[in-house]
Design a protein around this ligand. Structure first.
Ligand code: F6R
Length: 246
């Protein structure tokens, strides 16, 4: 089942997404949160930090597992997803860093890195709430359009469009890593609840395809139509093509 929550703009989207995460944390202080990077959730993390500072949220019992990481980037690299998480959330709240997990991009052997990450997720007892962004081509995590849905954590070669979209964060396009470790579709679908955040007119087409089109690995996010508990929080611009349908 998919629940759509429409916000007027990015800031309201961020607050509403933070509401969903806050509710999860309050109802289950030992929650395992699946986290995402990218530009969309930055405002959501800022709201969570704000609420923590106000004394309304407690991260001490929380465990987090991130969706993905560039292969080859160590934690200290300011473009690594670990660095992003530390910068936007971990260093600003009372989460125990020993309970925060991001795939280890420095493990050269992809099979070893991916197997290890699946073991970590299993050891947490499973993800209670998985936060996702949405790529322009429908990717979730780094699961790019493909012939089949990749199941578990695996190593991907990034699509050219993804490298170009991410180039804005690097000094040049050549510096964007070409591979990444990502949770697979099955890994993501195993989460008890899913929260997808989406903002901006440039995502309106893919929002329509992902949630009202065919379920196909050519649009990886479309698989979420088969999950039993999905909340999509988007702003009016991102929901422009589905406004009449929700
Ligand atoms: C991030 C991730 C990606 C992004 C997606 C959207 O961990 O896995 O799937 O969620 O590329 O990115 P933004 O939010 O920058 O548009």
């Amino acid at each position: 089942m998919i629940r759509f929550i429409c916000a007027k703009d990015y800031d309201e989207m961020s607050r509403k997404a933070a509401n969903v995460i806050s509710a999860q944390m309050v109802m289950k202080p030992e929650s395992v949160l699946g986290l995402a990077t990218g530009s969309t959730p930055i405002g959501t993390y800022a709201c969570l930090v704000e609420r923590y500072k106000q004394g309304d949220l407690d991260f001490s019992g929380i465990t987090s597992v991130n969706l993905d990481e560039y292969k080859g980037l160590p934690h200290e690299n300011d473009q690594s997803y670990y660095y992003f998480m530390n910068d936007n959330l971990f260093s600003k709240v009372n989460i125990d860093l020993n309970n925060t997990y991001v795939p280890d991009g420095t493990i050269e052997d992809a099979a070893e890195a991916c197997e290890k990450y699946e073991e970590i997720i299993a050891a947490t007892g499973g993800v209670d709430l998985q936060l996702l962004g949405l790529g322009h081509n429908g990717h979730i995590g780094f699961n790019e359009p493909a012939e089949v849905f990749p199941k578990e954590t695996h190593c991907v070669t990034l699509a050219q469009s993804t490298i170009e979209a991410n180039a804005r964060f690097f000094a040049s396009k050549e510096e964007v890593p070409t591979q990444a470790y990502t949770m697979g579709i099955q890994t993501i679908m195993n989460a008890k609840k899913i929260l997808l955040v989406v903002s901006g007119a440039d995502k309106a087409d893919i929002v329509y395809k992902a949630f009202f089109g065919d379920v196909t690995p050519l649009v990886p996010a479309s698989v979420l139509q088969l999950h039993q508990d999905v909340t999509v929080v988007g702003d009016e611009a991102a929901f422009a093509k589905i406004a009449e349908l929700i």
